[in-house]
Design a protein around this ligand. Structure first.
Ligand SMILES: [Zn+2]
Ligand SMILES: [Zn+2]
Length: 294
């Protein structure tokens, strides 16, 4: 591509709505405040529902060590916030201008909502799981993804989820984009569905880096904070985020294990769910989460 064509293309990508600098920065700020508010609301709801902490976080015999934020982490978070903003601007531009994306509320139907949402998560993880595995490949790992793994026991939600090398961020956003694009063309995904998808994806990615033991399984969608904690503890395992099926396919799935905790079921390729089974009699929710070593 010629230089005189490259520059306008880059300008269109960075600022597709041709906002002036004040509106551009105001939009960035609104997005940051929105994400901060949403993440705090989700954590508040998880606390209100009295979700137990992860077993590793309540073991009095083995306190967990957390890494403090360093300067490079703040730099990465800052750069990534602008990468996210660029993504949001392009996504909104696509939604607004694409005739393939219905926007009228009367156009809502089961295909462009429930099926669309499912396709977005499934396609995103189809690309994310092997890409994530690639980022752990020894010759590549130290240069990009290693930074995200400085926290062996993620606990700070967005601060730990978004604390990654900008290339990591671009890989993640690209997988997300492929999920949206596939859902639009396979199910005619509605704009509202895409909005809900991003809210759910943000909340679940943030919770995956929280200390709360959230897990559920719906039609092969197997979300488990324990599974991602295992990935941070043993990073040759559990590369997927939402469909652990891909780890079963790649032979990289590992069940949650920690002293005293045994899964009640053998691993299954689909719909696998790990259930805590304390080895001593539980006397309360916290007690359940701190079962003694057998
Ligand atoms: Zn992580
Ligand atoms: Zn990783």
């Amino acid at each position: 591509m010629q230089m005189d064509a490259l520059l306008p293309a880059l300008q269109r990508f960075v600022n597709p709505w041709e906002l002036d600098v004040v509106f551009y920065l105001a939009g960035w700020l609104v997005t940051r405040v929105g994400i901060g508010f949403w993440d705090n609301l989700v954590i508040g709801l998880v606390k209100a529902a009295q979700v137990k902490p992860l077993p590793t976080r309540t073991d009095p015999g083995k306190p967990v060590r957390y890494m403090a934020m360093d300067a490079i982490s703040w730099w990465y978070l800052g750069i990534n916030s602008f990468l996210e903003w660029t993504f949001v601007l392009n996504l909104l531009h696509f939604l607004w201008h694409s005739p393939a994306v219905p926007k009228q509320l009367t156009a809502l139907n089961p295909l462009n909502t429930f099926a669309g949402l499912y396709v977005m998560f499934a396609v995103m993880d189809f690309f994310y799981a092997p890409s994530h595995r690639f980022l752990h490949w020894t010759p590549v790992y130290p240069y990009v993804h290693k930074h995200h793994h400085r926290q062996v026991f993620p606990a700070q939600g967005y601060l730990d989820a978004g604390n990654e090398h900008p290339v990591d961020q671009i890989v993640g956003l690209s997988c997300t984009w492929l999920g949206v694009y596939a859902a639009v063309h396979l199910t005619g995904a509605h704009a509202l569905t895409i909005f809900i998808f991003f809210n759910l994806h943000d909340a679940l990615a943030m919770l995956n880096h929280s200390p709360y033991d959230v897990e559920f399984s719906i039609l092969g969608f197997t979300y488990s904070v324990k599974a991602h904690e295992m990935h941070h503890r043993m990073f040759t395992t559990n590369y997927a985020q939402y469909f652990m099926f891909w780890d079963h396919v790649m032979g990289t799935f590992t069940d949650y294990h920690y002293r005293g905790f045994q899964p009640t079921q053998a691993p299954k390729p689909l719909g696998h769910k790990v259930v805590n089974q304390p080895t001593t009699k539980a006397t309360g929710s916290l007690r359940t989460a701190t079962a003694k070593q057998p």
